[in-house]
Design a protein around this ligand. Structure first.
Ligand code: NAD
Ligand code: ZN
Length: 248
């Protein structure tokens, strides 16, 4: 394992344009369950049955109850050492851009500045009938919530399974991947497309792929360096190694 951490640190130091892609795994140690783990269940539902437009049309109240539960979890959670390690890499000038699939706000709260949220933001509501959108700081009081402008149904400001990523966010993410000569892939299963293809873009033009995950994922077969373990333990160690190598 130590060898993988040293390899990862060397790649980071040698890189000219390092980016990162994060998934639900980076927030797991903050107490926010991943979708594909055994803790991801709410009542008897699988997330794939709730995080869709069909589910929302069928039963907006049920879907909003799930989102209220998740919003409360996120508001009560704190960034963990993995989020802070990425901030430190950004401040050292080594990490140029962060692409997250997470809808929580832990990267922002930790202090990451250059980032795009590919799958939206759970602390935003958007109207299904007009162009109203608003930030929220607590779950809606009445469920399902109504638009204050037109009375239409409000939905969470996230990208559901089967929906497209907003084009500006998608273009930015892929433009960053085109520029990158190395990518840190942290806590993602790599199966949600098109985000899962971002490491392939970097690899495709000769860039390095460093993966941090507790398990192998759909990315592992293209990883130049696989650091197996918890993001909150591995990433701070990598940052310490990078800093000690910078001093050499
Ligand atoms: P996922 O649930 O499919 O996969 C999570 C990955 O994290 C797995 O590969 C798992 O092995 C790994 N993992 C778990 N704990 C870890 C740890 N402590 N350190 C390192 N790795 C760890 O998540 P995904 O790939 O992000 O995709 C699922 C979708 O679910 C995304 O679109 C995302 O928007 C959404 N989601 C978001 C949140 C959030 O915002 N925190 C939480 C759950 C799901
Ligand atoms: Zn409206």
């Amino acid at each position: 394992m130590q060898d993988a951490l040293i390899d990862a640190s060397k790649i980071i130091l040698k890189s000219n344009y390092l980016i990162a892609l994060t998934g639900a795994g980076i927030s797991a140690e903050s107490g926010i369950p991943i979708f594909r783990g055994k803790d991801g269940l709410w009542r008897k539902y699988r997330p794939e049955e709730l995080a869709t437009l069909e589910a929302f049309r069928r039963n907006p109240k049920l879907v909003w109850e799930w989102y209220s539960w998740r919003i409360n979890l996120i508001l009560g959670a704190k960034p963990n050492p993995a989020h802070y390690a990425l901030v430190e890499l950004e401040q050292l000038g080594l990490l140029k851009f962060l692409i997250t699939q997470n809808v929580d706000d832990l990267h922002e709260r930790a202090g990451s500045k250059k980032l795009v949220k590919l799958h939206g933001d759970i602390l935003t509501v958007i109207c299904t009938s007009c162009d109203y959108r608003n930030k929220i700081s607590e779950p809606p009081r009445d469920i399902p919530p109504k638009c204050p402008r037109c009375g239409g149904l409000l939905r969470p400001g996230v990208v559901w399974f089967g929906e497209s990523i907003p084009p500006d966010a998608l273009e930015r993410a892929f433009a960053e991947a085109e520029k990158a000569d190395a990518i840190l892939v942290i806590g993602t299963s790599g199966v949600v497309m098109p985000a899962g293809a971002i490491p392939n873009v970097v690899k495709g033009h000769g860039g390095y792929v460093i993966e941090i995950n507790v398990n192998e994922s759909a990315i592992t077969n293209i990883a130049d360096c696989f650091c197996k373990g918890k993001a909150g333990e591995i990433l701070p160690k990598i940052v310490e190694l990078v800093k000690s190598m910078m001093g050499d």
